[in-house]
Design a protein around this ligand. Sequence first.
Ligand code: GRF
Length: 218
Amino acid sequence: MPLSLVVLISGRGSNLKAILDAIEAGDLPAVVCAVISTDAGARGLEYARRRHIDTLALDAADYPERNDYDRALQGLIERFNPDLVVLAGFMRILTPGFVRHFQGRILNIHPSLLPAFRGLRTHQRALEAGVREHGASVHFVTEELDGGPVIAQVRVPVLADDDPASLAARVLREEHRLYPQTLRWLAEGRIRWNGQQVLFDDKPLNHPQQLEAQLEGQ
Ligand code: GRF
């Protein structure tokens, strides 16, 4: 059985596209049942529409209370009864109740080598900090913002002439490999969350899996 996914986005949707492309290429035994956006105008929804995947938008303006928004979101997701909820550029902080409900079944991709640079503007902050290496992480979502157990990472070098845009582009290209690869491991049953920790091939994953970056020609 392919892994069923509901993907949550807010904007560009390039990670969603990478996941859909991997499925289409036969590289990821998964099916995207629906894409839900915080914004009906999110560009990324187009990738789903083109493939006749259900798209839904949930506007925060209709739900002044955060709990109400998350309850509505949970209801939408549960219509599709997915194996996993995949956050891909979803720009909202989720309430603890929501996160607890989906614990172990909800993933996020974050553009830094967690635990470094949680939160926003990660590329600029990495440059300001003068780090020589930056990257992206896929992690299980917990109540702690960008603080859940990291499953896999990809590292890229920071170059002397980088600005936030060039660094972001280098990281993003690797994100597009990291998310499908991590989902593949989940689909194959190689990664599991036992309520306390991440298991990889039934052994505790003490360090995130490292994906080799493909930096040729960059
Ligand atoms: C990515 O950099 C992701 O790591 C972060 O938000 C960005 C989303 O980009 N969480 P996209 O919408 O997938 O193109």
